[in-house]
Design a binder for this molecule. Structure first.
Ligand SMILES: *Cc1c(COP(=O)(O)O)cnc(C)c1O
Length: 383
């Protein structure tokens, strides 16, 4: 069964032929498909500029560079996220300051974020964990009051909305990933959206070795001349990846609505379960459902999460756990003196969360099989 993965990409014939077209063209990388994808993406999320790069992690790093994060600077990040969110701060020599999350949504808590601000704080990265957009109004107030920049790690939430506004236009810089588990894929790939022209320009230079003119510009001018003005990386994305991204982007509304449909079915199915609690969803958002995470009510169970996880996997329901709180990883414990007790809400949630399979190509019978199996496995461990 395809449901055995917690997520799965969707590639159709149109995607394949759009990639083949590029493979037969003159440009494999940094050709016309890159700005075409950027423009379509910016347009889709209501942002002025979009900068495409080689991964979501590269996008985060590029954003931290554009903000000028450097040694001594602090950036507030939620404990409940993928390690790359915090790592991007470290790439620039900055210090991630881990902020605890709200116990109902597991999203960064704006009140706790405000309390984490110090004279060295430069930015806050909000993560739209599971696809639920954060409380950007409160976060923007915190950012404005403290003169810091709001960044949105929207790797889970493409297609989501907050108070009618689209994800991708909610923070100064907005980060996306096109890894195959995400809503749309380019194999590997990422994007940053912003309304700030100067930041967009800095990011385009950074992704291309710190060189201040594009290959196309030089070709037009028939000139060999270029200048490296800053230390950048090769974070470029290829033209055939952007062709895939363009083709995938057209399918986004359909992919999101199917995910929302499956999530609704899960909501209904577990609403009365004494052992399973869904995460909170704020009424002002449209949830993009990258993940469907449930919390086990361990107090009423005789088995722990590990055992339930194993039993589900054995029955073909390939669940996952998102995430091990980042501050518990040995790298952060050793280098930033973090550890248990720093973010108790995230740590407590971590012991009980399970991500159920969720991908748009799951059939209704797949969904029902998962529900039945989850209820059986969990109820059989009921005390
Ligand atoms: C996937 C993801 C990333 C990293 O994206 P890659 O494209 O895999 O580098 C960063 N942050 C979050 C929250 C993610 O889910």
């Amino acid at each position: 069964m395809r449901t055995s993965q917690y997520s799965h990409q969707y590639i159709d014939e149109k995607d394949i032929s759009s990639v083949i077209d590029v493979l037969k063209s003159d440009w494999l990388t940094t050709g016309p498909k890159v700005p075409e994808f950027e423009d379509a993406f910016a347009n889709d999320v209501n942002a002025k500029y979009a900068v495409a790069v080689s991964s979501g992690t590269a996008a985060l790093h590029t954003a931290m560079f554009a903000l000028g994060i450097s040694p001594g600077d602090e950036v507030i990040v939620p404990a409940m996220t993928f390690a790359a969110t915090a790592n991007s701060v470290v790439f620039q020599g900055g210090t991630p300051v881990f902020c605890d999350v709200d116990s109902d949504t597991l999203l960064i808590d704006p009140v706790k974020a405000a309390r984490s601000v110090s004279p060295r704080t430069r930015a806050v990265i909000a993560v739209d964990y599971t696809g639920h957009p954060c409380d950007y109004e409160s976060l923007e107030q915190v950012a404005e009051f403290n003169d810091i920049t709001s960044v949105s790690d929207a790797c889970h939430s493409l297609g989501g909305k907050y108070k009618g506004r689209k994800v991708g236009s909610l923070a100064k810089l907005n980060i996306f990933s096109f890894h195959p588990v995400k809503h749309i894929t380019t194999g590997e790939g990422g994007m940053i959206t912003t309304d700030d022209e100067a930041l967009a320009k800095r990011m385009r230079i950074f992704r291309n070795h710190g060189i201040n003119s594009s290959f196309q510009q030089r070709k037009q001018k028939a000139s060999w001349f270029y200048e490296m003005t800053t230390l950048g990386f090769n974070y470029r994305i290829t033209d055939f990846q952007c062709a895939l991204g363009l083709s995938q982007l057209k399918k986004l509304p359909g992919l999101i609505s199917r995910r929302q449909e499956i999530a609704k079915r899960y909501d209904e199915a577990f609403a009365d379960s004494p052992h399973i609690n869904g995460l909170g969803v704020n009424p002002e958002v449209s949830h993009a459902y990258h993940l469907y995470v449930v919390k086990l009510n361990l107090e009423g169970l005789t088995k722990d999460r590990t055992e339930i996880f194993r039993n589900l996997t054995r029955k073909g329901v390939r669940v996952n756990v998102h995430y091990i709180p980042v501050h518990l990883h040995p790298f952060y414990r050793m280098n930033f003196n973090t550890g248990p007790g720093l973010c108790p809400v995230a740590e407590e949630a971590y012991e009980r969360i399970i991500s159920l399979p969720l991908s748009h190509n799951m059939s209704d019978p797949d969904v029902e099989y998962i529900i039945k199996t989850v209820n059986r496995v969990v109820d059989s461990s009921g005390g």
